[in-house]
Design a protein around this ligand. Structure first.
Ligand code: RB5
Length: 149
């Protein structure tokens, strides 16, 4: 299950990504915002999607706002979340292989829908490589829990 979340700026791209994933048989759950394109606050929906991933309700999550910045900042405040803001597939792949990112953020005002689909597909196909990357991810978790190394 993939958690999706967006504000008003990301809503249309989120719907495109949701249809794209569901057409491939990948189940999605939309944590908002589903309504008309009037301004809403991205922290509300970024938090909801991130909590679904951190709590195990969803395996991974994709969050979208205008730039992807605000909603990625929110997701990364939730313990256990490693959210990567990506505008091209290489970083998306590396965020899985090296950083074990469990959430992806996209900027709907930065990239177009076809590039977004490519980034999402690449990110979902990526597998964490472990090895020398594993202790670094553990260090991120330690900083998250203790504020230090
Ligand atoms: C909304 O105008 C915009 O600020 C928001 O979508 C996002 O880009 C914030 O980081």
């Amino acid at each position: 299950m993939i958690a999706l979340g967006s504000d008003h700026a990301g809503r249309d791209l989120k719907k495109i990504i949701m249809q794209h994933l569901e057409a491939k048989g990948i189940a999605c759950r939309d944590y908002g915002w589903p309504g008309e394109p009037a301004p809403v606050d991205y922290p509300i929906y970024g938090l909801a999607a991130a909590k679904a991933v951190a709590g195990g309700e969803c395996e991974k999550g994709i969050v979208i706002c205008g730039t992807g910045i605000g909603i990625s900042l929110v997701a990364n405040k939730v313990q256990g979340i490693r959210c990567a803001l990506c505008s091209e597939p290489y970083s998306a792949l590396m965020s899985r292989e090296h950083n074990d990112a469990n959430m992806l953020a996209l900027g709907a005002r930065v990239i177009g829908p076809e590039l977004a689909k490519m980034i999402v597909d690449t990110w979902l196909q990526g597998q964490f490589q472990g090895g020398n990357h594993a202790p670094r991810v553990e260090m991120i978790k330690t900083i998250e829990k203790t504020g230090a190394l």
